[in-house]
Ligand binder design. Structure first.
Ligand code: NAD
Ligand code: MG
Length: 403
């Protein structure tokens, strides 16, 4: 790995391929990652892949990239995956332990792109190997931020943010002294309901919520973007990644999604990273880091885009941001609870059990009633997570019964 890192020209100049693992390979981020890998076959060797349930797609990818190990999260799919890869020599596994095993394959770059708290254990397994972890799975930092960052330091791992805002900040902070940073400014598109009246939000459908104006993403993060809980999760993510207090992280609505985030320095300078809204740019940044690689995304043509606009977030229609800020301020198990309650509420909305405003309302109710305790171990995370999920599920059941 050091040899690769000594090169600063990116994949074309590497003497040896970078060995990688892609956790969540069948998802939106996983697919974009493998799209980049396909364009540079000589630069990457894929060691392992994981998926949640989709055995056919996982098996096809495992064959294409001739991986060493493929794992499916759904334990009931073991036989299906084994049969699909029979005769290939590819080792297979199923269930939560198999995801961890996939993260433990000898790869020096691991993409953590499983959605939700389910990605925590595999991401930690990669971190504990002291390798480079490209982190898309923001829920990992929301539900266990202090523990994860402590493990990163303890094992000398390198954490590269994939989330476009955090990737932008990471790029803009490069070579700067932390003491010179005044504020971080996370940009937000405002989502599909930026102009939707409050009364109308009661009736919006899952289909409308997942139709994001700028980004094409998995269902969960699309709903999070619509409620703006995504920006709340990102606020907590930024706090951990950049060791920045909540009071010095701003959110700015920027509907064109060209400026991916900014850093304000104490001399009055504000630095930004710009690009078209395509996750292959931040993913390529992490794949080639500390070099750069040629990517498929065109530069933002600012003359044809014409206008970049900005506005303050509307926390009346989108209360999730304030709920997340409060969870971060309260600390301990509060962000764990926020994340777990949100995962359940988003699924309940997608399943038609609760309405759109019910998502942040349910998260707030669960958070308000939760006795916050310290998080000092993964067992603490699991206990707070279980407790919040059970409460959020009971709220969804009650809402469905009374509908
Ligand atoms: P997705 O739903 O498209 O894909 C998720 C992947 O995880 C799939 O491979 C799926 O099979 C797998 N998976 C689902 N549930 C699982 C479980 N319980 N156990 C193991 N694997 C499971 O999601 P996505 O949009 O690719 O997002 C992945 C992560 O990246 C999320 O944490 C999201 O917040 C973050 N992220 C995504 C984007 C984006 O543009 N899509 C941008 C920034 C951050
Ligand atoms: Mg983001």
């Amino acid at each position: 790995m050091t040899e690769l890192h000594d090169q600063d020209e990116g994949p074309a100049a590497w003497r040896e391929p970078r060995h990688i693992a892609v956790l969540g390979a069948t998802g939106s981020i996983g697919t974009s990652t493998l799209d980049l890998v396909r364009r540079h076959p000589e630069a990457f060797r894929v060691e392992s892949l994981t998926a949640g349930q989709n055995v056919d797609e996982l098996a096809a990818l495992a064959r294409e990239f001739q991986v060493r190990y493929a794992a499916v999260a759904d334990a009931g799919q073991y036989a299906a995956l084994r049969d699909a890869l029979a005769g290939t020599g590819i080792a297979v596994g199923a269930g939560e332990d198999a995801l961890v095993e996939a993260a433990e394959q000898p790869a020096d770059w691991v993409m953590a792109a499983i959605v939700g708290a389910a990605g925590l254990a595999p991401a930690l397994a990669a971190i504990r190997r002291g390798v480079t972890v490209a982190l898309a799975n923001k829920e990992t930092l929301v539900c266990a931020g202090e523990l994860v960052m402590a493990e990163v330091a303890r094992h000398g791992a390198t954490l590269l943010p994939v989330d476009s805002e955090h990737n932008a900040i990471f790029q803009v902070l490069d070579g700067e002294r932390r003491a010179d940073v005044s504020r971080l400014i996370l940009t937000a598109s405002g989502g599909p309901f930026r102009h939707t009246a409050r009364e109308v939000l009661d009736r919006v459908t899952p289909e409308q919520a997942v139709a994001h104006p700028n980004w094409s993403m998995g269902a969960k993060i699309s709903v999070d973007s619509a409620t703006m809980m995504n920006k709340g999760l990102e606020l907590i993510e930024a706090h951990h990644l950049f060791q920045m207090p909540e009071t010095r992280i701003d959110v700015l609505v920027h509907p064109q999604s060209i400026i991916h985030s900014m850093v304000a320095y104490r001399d009055g300078s504000t630095l930004a990273q710009l690009g078209l809204p395509d996750m292959r740019t931040p993913i390529a940044h992490t794949l080639a880091w500390p070099g750069r690689m040629t990517g498929p995304v065109a530069h933002a043509d600012l003359a044809s885009i014409g206008e970049l606009t900005f506005e303050a977030p509307d926390t009346e229609r989108f209360p999730a941001l304030d709920v997340a800020r409060e969870a971060l301020r309260r600390g301990g198990s509060a962000p764990t609870v926020l994340n777990a309650a949100n995962e359940v509420a988003v699924q309940a909305f997608l399943d038609g059990e609760i309405g759109f405003p019910g998502v942040p309302a349910s998260v707030k109710t669960v958070l308000d009633r939760h006795d916050i305790g310290p998080i000092t171990s993964l067992a603490d995370v699991a206990a707070a997570d279980d407790d919040a999920r059970a409460h959020a599920r009971s709220l969804a059941r009650r809402a469905r019964a009374s509908a």
